[in-house]
Design a protein around this ligand. Structure first.
Ligand code: FRU
Length: 327
């Protein structure tokens, strides 16, 4: 493992400590903060907004930390440029949620090789040239979604039970893991089969036409499994537009956000059948940044975050647990 510091960090910390010792006011001491660059892959998704909010909220707890967030606009080249830019700004630590693994691997390595600690969150890069990875277990969540679907199909006595899988962006590792995990879980019921797997690239606007085309090709789709809740929600609208009998269908997704348009409320209101919480890791990333930079702790290479299944039986309880508001 690999927690490395560059000289700048220690110098800034020493200056901060000196300022505090001399009783210099917080405005002056704030000049000596540690600068964290957070390269977010894009801002146009509720899950990303939740992650940014959690990062800001956690950073507020630590006056020693200042966070600059950049918007990759779901574009690998833009995100690479963002990271180069943050490096130029002499950040003390990089937090990054990479759009796709392969195109972002080089620049992450460049930062790490320059002696700046790197915390990769949610979507991984290739290889291990970073300080630590924090994220949910996408394979496990995929297995759980597959098992849930397999059981629902059996309970409905559907044979065959046709599943439309709407996949995330193919170069982002969660999409691969959510797919292979789902296939594994689905094996529990041989009558359940994936009949089509178009991509939404994580976007609701792309899920809608993709699902519409699938429903046109096959009117006997029983289940929609979206790699995220937005994909399931887009497919729900497409199914409604296609005049399908929504009560006879199951819509399953992943993310489980507590906001009014998120899946906890959707499950409570009976649109989505189930979802699985995929924590953003934003708070944990800043907490680890604090431990690395200020407490000089050695970080583990990997921190895996937990999940919760949200179903009609526990959605109200999950709503309380995650602090959601229904509209
Ligand atoms: C996967 C993911 C999804 C989320 C999407 C948003 O990396 O976090 O769970 O819906 O990205 O961009």
């Amino acid at each position: 493992m690999s927690t490395r510091f560059d000289g700048r960090s220690s110098a800034k910390f020493a200056a901060l400590a000196f300022a505090a010792f001399c009783g210099i006011g917080s405005a002056q001491a704030a000049d000596k903060q540690f600068l964290i660059g957070f390269s977010q892959l894009g801002f146009d998704h509720p899950w990303r907004v939740a992650m940014n909010d959690q990062i800001q909220a956690e950073a507020k707890k630590h006056p020693e930390l200042k966070v600059v967030i950049t918007n990759g606009q779901n574009d690998n080249a833009k995100q690479v440029a963002d990271v180069e830019n943050l490096l130029q700004q002499k950040i003390d630590l990089l937090i990054i949620s990479p759009n796709e693994a392969a195109p972002l691997t080089g620049v992450v390595k460049k930062v790490y090789d320059a002696g700046v600690p790197v915390i990769v969150v949610d979507r991984s890069v290739l290889g291990d040239a970073y300080t630590m990875f924090i994220g949910g277990d996408n394979k496990l969540i995929g297995v759980k979604a597959g098992e849930y679907t397999a059981k629902w199909c059996a309970d409905q006595k559907l044979s065959p039970c046709n599943v439309l899988e709407i996949t995330g962006l193919s170069g982002s590792p969660p999409a691969q893991d959510r797919s292979s995990g789902f296939a594994e879980g689905l094996k529990k019921n041989p009558a359940a089969k994936v009949v089509a797997s178009p991509t939404s690239e994580w976007q609701k606007e792309k899920a809608m036409p993709a699902a519409a085309a699938a429903f046109q090709a096959n009117r006997n789709i029983n289940v929609v499994y979206g790699h995220n809740d937005d994909s399931a929600a887009g497919a729900y609208l497409a199914a409604k537009n296609a005049g399908l009998d929504l009560k006879k269908m199951l819509f399953v997704g992943i993310d489980g956000l507590p906001d009014p348009t998120g899946a906890i409320v959707s499950v409570m209101q009976g649109r989505q059948g189930a979802s699985f919480v995929y924590p953003t890791g934003g708070a944990e990333a800043v907490d680890w940044a604090y431990k690395i930079l200020v407490k000089k702790e050695k970080a583990p290479k990997k921190v895996t975050l937990g999940t919760d299944e949200i179903n009609p039986g526990n959605a109200a309880e999950m709503c309380k647990k995650y602090g959601c508001k229904s509209n």
